[in-house]
Design a protein around this ligand. Structure first.
Ligand code: ATP
Length: 806
């Protein structure tokens, strides 16, 4: 075996040498003089003479090396090795790289192991290591001959990745025949994969929808402009106090901004397509759409899984995957009011469980094997018809839940059934290779609609709100490579837990409406997106910089005396540039508790206090960002802004927040009036927007912030308790019905007995009395539970109304 290997090593090395000469344009008989020169250049001239003198073919040099002739010391071997490598790779010896044969393919892929003098052990050992494997573990020739077909939709980066995929597939196969998530690539491989496939860990894409018929009929302005596929500007119409109209511009930069003319196909190409090959690299990918109701989330998300299946199936047909029994499975469920329902199984209620390996299993979730797009289309349609939808002002068929469609690539050893429960039993259902989850989030502002909606919608909204914030936190933590991912923040993030650990990719598509009436929401969406992106190390620098474009509005002195309410998010804008990253770095242990939400305790526990900042002569005390969102309705000078921004950094770095629901846009105007600031609903599904008049800034005390925070926590806690009690109440009701039925049966029996001739009436009376007491007790118990629940609802209502101005 050893001899065989040595032979093949020698052959490989000879081939390499041959190749290098060939590439150098040198005929093989250019002779020893050339070789001598090369050897000389490496200080190995003494090796040249024997071969020259014996007339040995220079192509045998590697053989000499392998057999222990020629270079004797390790240093010589290394030099020789380097020389060979240079011959092969540097410009001097030819522009083309060596084309390996099937047998040496893996070796080339592992260039570090084969050519580098830095490989483990000495030269010979390194070569032996490389080939010390069963030939059967190598890719078969036909696999290599059949490269990945470049998708017509693939971006150049992804194409580059695909062309490289064979190498990695080869590596994978050699390294492990069983693609189990528990087996990991060597670190270098991982890094290379990330680098090479050029797929960012988090990608934030914005999509603007066109004005719809209603908006056009109302002659609404399109206030969103897109530039260079990367910039989006919101032209916010505003009024000065003297009622002069002006426009405030907010510019953002994202990984991609897609305008209203972009098709769903192009959206796919920009977002999901580059990720698809990574699914076979044990990546857990998540693609979600975020945005206000009616902004196009469902419109955007629905075609994506179809396109993804098309590409996944195409890849699955490659022999390398087919031979490994890779298969694609689909499941579709929704999270509604903190509960999970299977959309492909008559909305069966699902339970979430963690197994011993802390893998999240959704007990009872039906998975279906899919092998073509048509069947996926049918599943999606079936699932969609089962989704919880309702009507909102902006969208007649609005999604009221988070819908999650998962495509999972599994490796099967033996699959007999085409449909089975995902009971977490890997051996039965195959091992997960990778997966992609498509999430159509519930409209983001519904969490905000607290005043105009009924109680049910408010609770629903609070849950949505919570999950959106939790999702954002997880994404941030993910991108910051934090050890702790706060996935327990909501059901949504718990479900996506395995997408937050290990090799993950996230694409967020922020959908925005272009009409002026949606300005506030559009800005909120973009800010949410920006915060996801800007806090990541790889994020674009933040750009939301309002510019007063109305004539005269640039005159800062003319506006500086006006009540100032600086949009908190604008502060964050600057914060990023003006030190936020620094602050973050310095307080790395803070995690990312910068939002207006209650974070898991692990997030807040490390929170440091940065002291206070002076801003334009006004000292801002330690400010709860929830309460102090300073919205610059009238514009402000740059210097003022700078101060406030700085201030906001402190404010938000200090306090952990609880996010109260946001209210609807039209009320914002009222709240921007000075005096309303104390009452203003400052939460939001994603942002807080509260007015903070300058003159009041100083008086805004820590205790105020504290008590408000307490209030917020109370609300959040209350909502959680309500959800739990709701469940208990429903369960108790069911139980009561069962008991009642049992009692009714007993009563019927009693009646039947009493009708019998010679029955004892005393017995009947005693038993009836006993049965009725049980019946009454059961009812009273249910009534008591109901009363408690009603009380809880009232409490919640009072609390939320306290915070939301009417
Ligand atoms: N890019 C677009 N081009 C054309 N029409 C669009 C586009 N985006 C959305 N629409 C249309 O706008 C309407 C609302 O879109 P959609 O239902 O996707 O919104 P949504 O964000 O999912 O709303 P909700 O959160 O309430 O479910 C639909 O009629 C849809 O066809």
């Amino acid at each position: 075996m050893g001899g065989q290997m040595q032979q093949s090593n020698a052959a490989a090395a000879t081939a390499l040498y041959d190749g290098s000469l060939h590439n150098a344009g040198l005929p093989s008989d250019t002779g020893d003089a050339v070789m001598a020169r090369w050897l000389q250049s490496a200080g190995l001239q003494h090796l040249a003479s024997p071969s020259a003198s014996t007339g040995m073919d220079h192509r045998l040099l590697p053989n000499l090396l392998m057999q222990g002739y020629g270079a004797q010391s390790a240093e010589e071997k290394q030099r020789l090795f380097k020389l060979m490598r240079n011959l092969n790779f540097n410009g001097e010896s030819g522009s083309e790289t060596y084309m390996p044969t099937a047998q040496t393919y893996g070796g080339v892929g592992e260039s570090d192991g084969f050519y580098s003098p830095d490989f483990r052990g000495d030269f010979g050992a390194g070569l032996l290591d490389l080939h010390a494997m069963d030939d059967t573990e190598l890719l078969s020739e036909h696999v290599i001959d059949e490269p990945f077909e470049p998708s017509p939709f693939m971006t150049s980066g992804a194409r580059a990745f695909e062309s490289d995929l064979n190498l990695r597939v080869d590596t994978q196969q050699r390294g492990q025949t069983d693609v189990d998530a528990s087996v990991s690539f060597p670190t270098n491989e991982k890094e290379n994969t990330t680098k090479e496939n050029n797929v960012a860990k988090i990608k934030v894409v914005v999509r603007k929808r066109p004005l719809n018929k209603k908006e056009l009929a109302r002659k609404e302005d399109d206030i969103v402009s897109v530039c260079d596929n990367a910039y989006v500007t919101v032209h916010e119409p505003k009024l000065k106090v003297d009622l002069t109209a002006y426009v405030e511009k907010h510019e953002f930069c994202f990984d991609a901004v897609l305008n209203e003319h972009v098709t769903n196909d192009e959206v796919y190409r920009e977002t999901v397509e580059p990720i698809i090959p990574t699914i076979f690299q044990r990546t857990k990918a998540t693609c979600f759409a975020y945005g206000q109701t009616g902004s196009g989330k469902t419109y955007t998300m629905q075609p994506l899984p179809l396109r993804a299946v098309q590409d996944l199936v195409r890849l699955l047909h490659l022999p390398v995957y087919r031979s490994q029994r890779f298969k694609l499975w689909l499941s579709y469920f929704e999270i509604y009011g903190g509960k999970l329902f299977d959309l492909l199984s008559d909305r069966k209620k699902l339970c979430m469980r963690e197994d011993g390996r802390q893998q999240v299993c959704i007990v009872g979730l039906q998975e279906f094997e899919v092998s073509d797009v048509q069947i996926v289309k049918e599943y999606i349609e079936r699932g969609n018809s089962a989704r919880s939808t309702g009507s909102t002002g902006a969208n007649e068929e609005s999604s009221r839940s988070h819908a999650i469609l998962q495509l999972v690539v599994k490796k099967h050893t033996e699959v007999k059934e085409s449909r089975r429960n995902n009971d977490g039993n890997d051996s039965k259902s195959g091992k997960v290779v990778g997966k992609i989850s498509f999430i159509d989030l519930a409209g983001s502002e519904r969490g905000a609609d607290t005043t105009d909606n009924d109680r049910q919608t408010r609770i629903e909204g609070a849950e949505i709100n919570k999950s959106l914030l939790a999702l954002k936190e997880c994404i941030r933590a993910l991108d910051n490579d934090q050890i702790h991912i706060p996935f327990r923040g909501s059901k949504l993030t718990e479900v996506l837990r395995d997408s937050f650990v290990g090799n993950s990719r996230t694409v967020m598509i922020s959908c925005i409406s272009p009409n002026a009436g949606s300005c506030e929401h559009t800005l909120n969406t973009l800010r949410y997106a920006d915060r996801v992106k800007s806090l990541s190390r790889s994020g674009n620098s933040r750009k939301d910089q309002p510019v007063n474009s109305a004539p005269g509005s640039k005159d800062s002195s003319s506006v500086s005396l006006l009540p100032i309410s600086v949009d908190l998010e604008d502060q964050e804008v600057k914060a990023v540039d003006a030190g936020r990253r620094v602050v973050e770095k310095e307080n790395a242990s803070h995690s990312s508790a910068t939002d207006n939400e209650k974070l898991p305790s692990t997030f807040s526990s490390n929170y440091a206090f940065n002291g206070r900042e002076e801003a334009g002569g006004v000292t801002f005390p330690s400010i709860d960002r929830d309460r102090v969102d300073m919205k610059n309705t009238y514009g402000s000078s740059t210097s003022q802004r700078g101060n406030y921004y700085q201030n906001s950094v402190d404010a938000e770095e200090k306090v952990q927040k609880v996010s109260p629901p946001r209210r609807k846009g039209p009320r914002d105007e009222k709240q921007e009036k000075p005096g309303n600031w104390m009452k203003k609903d400052v939460g939001g599904s994603d942002l807080s927007t509260s007015t903070f008049p300058q003159q009041n800034a100083g008086s805004y005390s820590q205790s105020n912030a504290g008590s408000k925070r307490h209030e917020s926590e109370l609300i959040d806690g209350n909502i959680n308790a309500i959800l739990e009690e709701e469940e208990a109440l429903i369960a108790a009701h069911r139980k009561e019905i069962e008991d009642t039925m049992e009692i009714v049966r007993e009563e019927m029996k009693l009646l039947a007995e009493v009708d019998q001739p010679g029955s004892l009436i005393d017995n009947y009376v005693t038993q009836l009395s006993f049965v009725l007491s049980r019946k009454a007790a059961s009812l009273v118990s249910l009534q008591a539970r109901l009363a408690r629940f009603q009380h809880r609802l009232k409490e919640q209502e009072i609390l939320s109304r306290k915070r939301v101005p009417r």
